[in-house]
Design a protein around this ligand. Structure first.
Ligand code: ADP
Ligand code: MG
Length: 393
């Protein structure tokens, strides 16, 4: 099998003109992402290392001044969703349209004079695959409104408002990684982010120049982050920090882990709290170790840390699933340098770091094992570190 990189999408400007009868004022794009390492750390004030995909959500958009917001997505059935901006309220439904509508709501809540818009959306980011189609949709909407209404907000400020839309309007308790990755990543780099102060650092990650490929294996198992398991892990982490009297688990250094686990056991913490604490502290350290290797130009040595990260997510945090485990184990057996699930888990995607020359063989092995196990065929593509949100025209 041949691994491809560039998805083909539809043209949002043409759709806009057909839907709304005039040409849009502009067109914007915001990417999906994969996280190289640093899972379930962002809501613990920890570290993450995502990179943007070439897959993007795109928005063609124009201002309105009459208080109306009209939204359309070429990727879902149904026509234009028409809402009044002054009637937007959290948790009021609207299905997929809650993501972009929530962004307009969050901007207005923050005092920005956004008086309405017509927006036509289209995306090549697979949905529910752990690749942040939701953040791509939010961030592209935020950037379009920022430009149209000349709000002058920074990429990081837009990411924070997009997260607020997802947390408070849609009702998904996600951390800040996905929106920051979509807003702030740059071509050829991974984004080393301290989620406590949102300081972004671009870490060179030129896979092609090093003869490497990062495969994404979409298991096609749709995760459902809203189903409570994600929120339960989050609550367990917060409980761990509280029992240790720390502002967040980020404040527990790795060399204090054993003592902290003893303290937790003595204080009657449940097994799930102890496992979550162990994962988060180990995962924060793995991010720092991978960043050091990337800075030193030794990308290959990051492979075993990806393997270790997967074991921690599977055995301690328990957020993997049989299909993710099969993808990872098969890739490892077929000669990958390292592999792990990426994103929130319970389905979604795995990443595989592999020598370029071996990428096709690994992809074939994973596809064959999925067929032998009776799973749906996985979607496999190569992740090229791409640009963050931008105006296209
Ligand atoms: P992920 O972000 O991992 O893809 P989420 O469950 O967080 O998964 O977000 C997926 C949801 O985002 C979809 O169910 C849909 O409501 C919305 N969404 C994403 N992309 C689009 C799109 N192109 N058109 C309409 N809705 C979309
Ligand atoms: Mg999402």
């Amino acid at each position: 099998m041949t691994v491809t990189t560039e998805p083909h999408g539809t043209e949002p400007a043409a759709a806009f003109t057909e839907l709304y009868g005039t040409a849009p004022e502009g067109v914007w794009a915001a990417p999906g992402r994969v996280n190289l390492i640093g899972e379930y750390t962002d809501f613990n004030d920890g570290f993450v290392l995502p990179l943007a995909l070439p897959h993007t959500a795109r928005a063609a958009a124009s201002r309105r001044t009459d208080g109306r917001l009209r939204l359309h997505s070429s990727d879902v059935p149904g026509g234009v969703v028409s809402l009044r901006v002054d009637e937007l309220a959290p948790h009021s439904g609207h299905g997929w349209a809650a993501y972009p509508a929530g962004v307009l709501w969050a901007l207005r809540e923050a005092g920005h004079p956004v008086t309405g818009a017509d927006i036509a959306l289209t995306s090549t980011v697979p949905t529910g695959a752990g690749l942040s189609s939701s953040a791509a949709l939010e961030v592209v909407t935020a950037l379009a409104l920022n430009d149209l209404f000349e709000l002058g907000l920074s990429a990081a400020e837009l990411a924070v408002l997009a997260q607020r839309a997802e947390n408070d309007f849609v009702g998904v308790p996600c951390g800040i990684m996905d929106q920051m990755a979509s807003a702030c990543c740059t071509d050829g780099h991974a984004l080393h982010l301290d989620t406590r102060d949102l300081t972004p650092r671009q870490v060179p990650f030129d896979l092609a120049a090093r003869g490497l490929t990062l495969l994404v294996v979409d298991t096609r198992v749709k995760h459902a982050l809203g189903d409570g398991a994600y929120a339960q892990r989050r609550a367990a982490c917060e409980e761990g920090a509280r029992l240790l009297s720390l502002p967040a688990l980020r404040d527990l250094p790795h060399d204090g882990l054993d003592t902290a686990l003893t303290t937790l056991a003595r204080s009657g913490a449940g097994e799930s709290v102890i496992r979550c604490v162990r994962h988060v502290v180990g995962e924060n350290r793995r991010v720092e170790q991978v960043v050091a290797l990337l800075d030193a130009g030794d990308v290959r040595s990051a492979g075993p840390l990806l393997d270790e990260g997967h074991r921690s997510l599977r055995d301690d945090l328990r957020v993997s699933c049989p299909e993710l485990d099969l993808a990872v184990a098969t890739a490892q057996k077929a000669g990958a340098l390292g592999a792990r699930m990426t994103g929130g888990g319970f389905g979604g995607s795995a990443i595989v770091l592999v020598e370029e020359a071996a990428a096709d063989a690994v992809a074939t092995a994973v596809t064959e094992e999925f067929a032998a196990a009776g799973h749906a065929a996985p979607g496999i593509f190569a992740a090229v570190p791409s640009a963050g949100a931008r105006r296209l025209g």
